[in-house]
Design a protein around this ligand. Structure first.
Ligand code: FDP
Length: 329
């Protein structure tokens, strides 16, 4: 029997009473995100029974195959969050241009960027996928919110989070005061606090890199791989490899168990594969808040100055000492 049942909204309110800089209007956002993720979850867990598995027959702005569930999740978030009223502009990994919300209150001051269904190429084989989101305020002096408001450096984020649809469904968020995790209880229909103040363990238990790309990796990544395999002179013992190929799932495991994830530059993709605004920055904010670090292989991820809404960036994220080690490799 649980002692306490704390919903995200209750938790956010309690945190707000402790931290004056937390944005009160965001509480509605969490209500909306949880609603969207409950709906997405209901489709993800029964996708094989209906007609929602497989490709939608289009490619997105990244040139990747769009899955039917990508489309569903994108529409679901747009419809729910678009009516939130406090968002001035939205950006989705699945859409080329910024999205005008269907309803805006006067003075709407937030920007929402989201990846509706990360890791979606894994859906058909029942591997965990996720939704990632990131929130900024519109730039000072903005009258007509535009792409510029969506292209702020990651250190300007006011909140970020993700939902992982796995063996259980979890939502993890930060509003700049630690990282908190909530597990969905289908019997109650709520996300309830299960992991308060998550800190990445000191020991790096896993490394997560797609080594199938080894022939295309730069010397920095290859040196780092030697290090985690205990093949250098540093007395580093070999650590275990774990790579699901679904960023949210790989990141979530490493956050809870200790680990480093890297999707570095390759010869054919010098900027890596992952997107700065939709994937790297929100997870970097969460990781730093949990005591970890994130870089693009040379500099702190949150300091990278965006040059495009859909720009890709090499991502190295996890235990701080390991990220530093990668940067120096
Ligand atoms: P996916 O293509 O399935 O959407 O965001 C892209 C992503 O998945 C990440 O979730 C995942 O970490 C990565 O691509 C996997 O890429 P590789 O198959 O090249 O390893």
């Amino acid at each position: 029997m649980r002692k306490e049942m704390i919903t995200i909204e209750r938790h956010f309110l309690t945190e707000m009473s402790k931290h004056a800089d937390m944005q009160p209007n965001l509480i509605n956002l969490f209500t909306d995100i949880t609603l969207a993720s409950k709906i997405i979850r209901s489709q993800v867990i029964t996708a094989g029974l209906g007609d929602l598995l497989g490709k939608a027959g289009e490619t997105n702005i990244q040139g990747e195959d769009v899955q039917k569930l990508d489309v569903f999740a994108n529409d679901c978030i747009k419809n729910i969050i678009g009516k939130h009223g406090h968002f001035a502009v939205l950006g989705s990994e699945e859409e080329e241009n910024v999205i005008e919300p269907s309803f805006k209150r006067k003075g709407a001051q937030y920007v929402l960027l989201f990846d509706p269904l990360d890791g979606s190429s894994n859906i058909d084989v029942n591997i965990s996928v996720g939704t990632i989101f990131s929130i900024y305020k519109v730039l000072d002096g903005t009258k007509t919110p535009s792409e510029k408001d969506c292209m702020q450096p990651g250190y300007e984020q006011v909140a970020a989070g993700y939902v992982v649809y796995g063996a259980s469904v979890m939502m993890v968020y930060t509003a700049g005061h630690g990282v908190h995790g909530f597990t969905y209880d289908p019997a109650v229909g709520e996300f309830l606090l299960s992991h308060e103040n998550i800190k990445i363990p000191d020991t790096c238990t896993y490394y997560s890199i797609n080594e199938g790309n080894a022939s295309e990796l730069k010397p920095q990544s290859l040196n780092f791989l030697k290090y985690v395999k205990g093949q250098t002179d540093d007395n580093q013992t070999a650590i275990s490899a774990r790579y699901v190929g679904s960023l949210v799932a790989d990141f979530h495991r490493n956050l809870l168990k200790g680990g480093i994830f890297a999707y570095p530059a390759t010869d054919s993709s010098p900027n890596g594969k992952l997107r700065l605004m939709y994937e790297a920055n929100p997870l970097a904010f969460i990781c730093e808040q949990a005591g970890g670090a994130a870089s693009d292989g040379t500099q702190r991820m949150l300091d990278v100055v965006p040059t495009g809404l859909h720009q890709r960036v090499p991502l190295v994220i996890g235990n701080k000492d390991m990220v530093e080690r990668f940067n120096k490799s």
